[in-house]
Design a binder for this molecule. Structure first.
Ligand SMILES: Cc1ncc(COP(=O)(O)O)c(C=O)c1O
Length: 298
């Protein structure tokens, strides 16, 4: 076999997802786009808002725009703009050192997991979960362990408590959730925070919470509470793939809670992981989203 043994299964499952996506394209051609509802990849079916194109045109004419290498975690002014926005939105005290601009939410997940996980450690996530988590766990060299959710797909805190072992390093949640649509309430997040605090004490090791939030801005008629309020040792990550319909441009960020244990070190490690895997997030789209922070679009 010309490829690594451990890649064989990953190639099979990746080609299955791709096959579903390609089948969607084929069916649209055959039956018309209006007759096919494609639930394979989460590709937004609306164009980016006009502000994205306007900002791109502005950048083309701006002689201060750069296209070269930058500090690997991202342009300082873009990370400052993201920190300012998050501080205003969530009342945090984030500084640019705690932000890494990433290659989408996927890049952010790879960065955080690489930064935190030792060989043999586990990632715990409530099930059902986004299928991409299998790949990020694989890249991090960690086992992905699941805890069932309640019948309404909300967190089953007892099940999470039971599933945490001395090997658990990270609990990974995603709210609003793909695939279930569940949005976790402030009370259940607080409960999760208490479970993680108690488990960290019990096993004498810090368990970090990673909150994957690419759907935060496209939840309607429901409040999406801040995970930062529930547990200090949290990394929030997101992307502009869904909220700005920019999935192909690969732009997002991660933010480490200022009160997380070793917050600066964790952010620095995630930044180094980002450098090792991607060097930096796409320069042009960093500058686009930097300019859009705090606008009605972000
Ligand atoms: C829950 C979840 N996390 C992460 C991602 C990856 O997002 P991105 O394309 O921004 O890397 C997706 C994409 O669909 C997702 O649904």
């Amino acid at each position: 076999m010309p490829i690594a043994d451990k890649m064989v299964k990953m190639v099979e499952s990746a080609s299955f997802i791709r096959k579903m996506f390609e089948e969607g394209i084929r069916l649209r051609e055959k039956f018309g786009a209006e007759n096919v509802f494609d639930f394979s990849l989460g590709n937004p079916d609306v164009s980016p808002p006009p502000a994205v194109k306007e900002t791109l045109l502005e950048l083309i004419d701006d002689t201060n725009v750069t296209h070269g290498y930058m500090p690997n975690p991202g342009y300082p002014q873009v990370r400052q703009a993201v920190a300012d926005y998050l501080n205003q939105e969530f009342g945090t005290q984030l500084t640019p050192e705690l932000i890494v601009m990433t290659v989408g939410a996927a890049g952010a997940l790879n960065d955080c997991l690489k930064a935190l996980i030792n060989p043999g450690e586990e990632i715990l996530t409530p099930a059902p979960y986004f299928v991409g988590y299998n790949q990020y766990a694989f890249v991090a060299g960690a086992a992905l362990v699941t805890a069932p959710t309640r019948p309404d797909f909300h967190l089953d805190l007892e099940a999470i408590q039971t599933a945490i072992t001395e090997k658990t390093r990270v609990v990974l949640i995603n709210s609003p959730n793909n695939p279930t649509g569940a949005v976790y309430s402030a009370e259940e997040l607080d409960g999760l925070g208490r479970v993680l605090e108690a488990a960290s004490k019990k096993f004498d090791k810090r368990i970090y919470l990673i909150s994957d939030e690419p759907y935060r801005k496209i939840a309607y008629d429901v409040e999406v509470p801040s995970v930062f309020d529930a547990y200090d040792h949290t990394i929030v990550l997101t992307s502009y793939s869904k909220e700005l319909s920019l999935a192909g441009e690969r732009i997002g960020y991660l933010a480490v809670h200022p009160k997380a244990e070793d917050a600066r070190l964790v952010a620095a490690a995630a930044g180094v992981a980002n450098t090792m895997m991607y060097v930096n997030a796409p320069a042009l789209f960093q500058q686009v989203v930097g300019r859009l922070q705090g606008s009605p679009w972000t």
